[in-house]
Structures are given as structure tokens and as C-alpha cells.
Design a protein around this ligand. Structure first.
Ligand code: 4VN
Length: 328
């Protein structure tokens, strides 16, 4: 990596839809309780979009990130959106955002790696940026999960929320933020989490079954995360001659508070190094890591240009998982 052009995080932004649904609100529609949801998941409430689609959330997050620094939309050469809840298959969310913010010099495409999407997209963007003529890339994780969950299924409907987070990456002479990574997939276990199935349907074939809703085998996913995520974190840290003790924060995909606690135990690292906001937002899939990063920067826990070292770890549908080691 040392002979590549350096890339760093220049600014971060987020956008959360205004409407809040608390656990108690959900009990009007579902046979569930605040006690069950809180104790099993750590979720107290989630934000749900009433009018805005994924591209609208992503547009606002991008404008926030750009507004914090003196970078014009025309200076962006690459715009990637990580999402599993796009407005449509085509145009991509990234192209709609490109139009909305007038990033007319940017190539634009979506990446779908479910809850790992933001980590995957950062990895791709960093590599493309480092060998490109342009100076800036926008990487956005954005989801309107509320339109894909089955609101009659209490085992999944209570878990998810809507939101978007964005990082602006910059080519830079001095600092290389992206020190190491590992990205993984196990497609043989893809049926553990499905969403938006589309069956073959044409003049010659019809009647095939497809379920457009999100379906999840919670136990399978939980087991997979416990087996693979601590390993991925240890791998990325040790492969780069660091020790877990030297990492300031582990930013994990916000899927379940009990799971984050289990990972912290397995790594023998204090829970304080695993910041969480799942209580407020639920599981926002590809958006959860950049939303968390933005909040930590706003609260002053994480500072850009501080020499802090953080690990970002995504995991979920696909199945996919992976970690980025970042020096700020
Ligand atoms: C990663 C994970 C999850 C996930 C899996 C299971 C689960 C979240 C099942 C047991 C239930 C409480 C909730 Cl670990 C989802 C994704 C997708 O983003 C990624 N919660 N639970 C209980 O305790 O009965």
C-alpha cells in the first residue's frame, strides 16, 4: 500500500428522517413489548421515513459532508452508494444523488453488500481514488429499511430503521487513513438473510414464488457473526503489526447490542471501546457505521487528523463481513 497515493477521510455527514417510532408505538401494531425489544436487542426507538426515499436521505447526508469543508460537488470524481434498499434497480441511488447534488464530473454506482456495504464501498472507493486523476470521492451508506421489512413479522420489523451517512474521501500527500482491511463473503449461506427476491416472470414462465420482504434466520446470523467478526478484527489488527489495545474504537455495524457485547468479551476489550447508537436508530444496515462515525465526531470522541486508530467492521446479508483499519 505504501507506493499508492494516500487517501484520507476529509469530512463526514449524516441524515436521519424526522419521524420516530418507539418500541411502545410498535405495540399498537405488533404483539411485542418494549421490555422484549430492549433486553434482546438494545433498541429503544427507530427513525422511519414517511415521504423520503433512499436517494433523498443519501442526498442530504452528502450535502452535510460537503457543507463542512470547502469542496464543491463538481470536484467529486467518484460517488458510491452502499444500499440494499434502493429507490429502484435503475437508475442507481448513486446516479440520483449525483444529479441532486450536481456532482456532474463524478462516475456513480451502487454497491450491494447488505450490512457490510459501507465497508465494502470504502474499500473500493479508496482503491479507485488512489489510482485516479480526481481528488475526491463520496461514499454513502443509506437505507429505507422500513419499505422492505414485513410489518406483520414481529421478529424482524422491530429491528430495523432508516437513515444515511456519508464520508468524503480526499487524496492527500501526508496522511494515509486506510492502513489495512479484510473483506469476506460466504454466498453458500445467503438464504439466512434475504430481501427483495425477484422471481423469473415472462411470457413463458410465471407463478414462481418470490418474497419481496426481508426474511432473516436470526440464530444463523448471530452464530455467523460470533464466529467470523472477532476473527476479522483480530486479523486486520495483527496483519498490520498492531495490538487490540492500540485501537481507540471498534465501530461495529449496529445490529444488536448483545452481539456487540459478546464481541467485546471475545476480544477482551472494554465495552467503552465499542460505541453504540442502536438504542436510537435500530439497525440501519449499510448506514449504521457512517451514522455512528458522524455522531462520534460531533461529540468529539473521534477527531479527524488526531492520529487515533479505529476499526470499522460490517457484517450481514450475503453473507458478507469485513473490517477496515483506519488511522485518522
Ligand atoms: C447482523 C446481525 C443481525 C441480527 C441477528 C439476530 C438478531 C440481529 C435474533 C435473536 C433475537 C434478537 C434479535 Cl447479528 C442482523 C443483521 C442484519 O443487519 C446483521 N438480531 N436477533 C432474540 O433474542 O430472540
Amino acid at each position: 500500500m505504501s507506493n499508492r497515493v494516500k487517501v484520507r477521510i476529509h469530512s463526514v455527514g449524516k441524515y436521519i428522517p424526522e419521524k420516530i417510532l418507539t418500541n411502545d408505538d410498535l405495540t399498537e401494531w405488533l404483539d411485542t413489548s418494549d421490555e422484549w425489544i430492549t433486553s434482546r436487542t438494545g433498541i429503544k426507538q427507530r427513525h422511519i421515513s414517511t415521504t423520503e426515499n433512499t436517494s433523498d436521505l443519501c442526498t442530504e447526508a452528502a450535502l452535510k459532508a460537503l457543507g463542512k469543508v470547502k469542496v464543491k460537488a463538481e470536484e467529486i470524481g467518484l460517488l458510491i452508494v452502499a444500499t440494499m434498499s434502493p429507490d429502484a434497480h435503475s437508475p442507481s441511488v448513486a446516479c440520483t444523488v449525483q444529479s441532486n447534488i450536481h456532482a456532474k464530473n463524478a462516475m456513480a454506482f451502487d454497491i450491494n453488500a447488505a450490512c457490510s456495504g459501507f465497508v465494502y464501498a470504502c474499500s473500493v472507493a479508496e482503491k479507485m481514488l488512489s489510482v485516479s486523476p480526481y481528488q475526491y470521492a463520496l461514499v454513502i451508506g443509506g437505507e429505507v429499511m422500513s419499505k422492505v421489512v414485513d410489518w406483520k413479522d414481529r421478529s424482524t420489523a422491530v429491528l430495523f430503521g432508516d437513515g444515511a451517512g456519508c464520508v468524503l474521501l480526499e487524496k492527500n500527500e501526508n496522511t494515509h487513513s486506510f492502513i489495512g482491511e479484510n473483506l469476506h463473503a460466504d454466498g453458500s449461506r445467503g438464504s439466512s438473510l434475504t430481501s427483495g427476491e425477484v422471481a423469473v416472470n415472462n411470457l413463458l414462465t410465471s407463478g414462481n414464488k418470490a418474497n419481496p420482504h426481508l426474511q432473516m434466520n436470526g440464530r444463523d446470523i448471530f452464530d455467523f457473526v460470533i464466529r467470523s467478526v472477532p476473527k476479522s478484527i483480530i486479523e486486520v489488527v495483527e496483519a498490520n503489526q498492531l495490538q487490540l489495545e492500540e485501537i481507540d474504537y471498534f465501530l461495529l455495524h449496529q445490529a444488536n447490542a448483545r452481539l456487540i457485547k459478546a464481541v467485546s468479551k471475545k476480544l477482551k476489550q472494554p465495552i467503552e471501546k465499542f460505541p453504540q447508537n442502536i438504542d436510537q436508530y435500530g439497525n440501519t444496515s449499510a448506514a449504521s457505521i457512517p451514522i455512528l462515525l458522524d455522531e462520534l465526531i460531533e461529540h468529539g470522541d473521534i477527531q479527524l487528523n488526531s492520529n487515533q486508530t479505529i476499526v470499522l467492521t460490517g457484517f450481514g446479508g450475503g453473507l458478507t463481513w469485513g473490517s477496515l483499519l483506519i488511522k485518522l
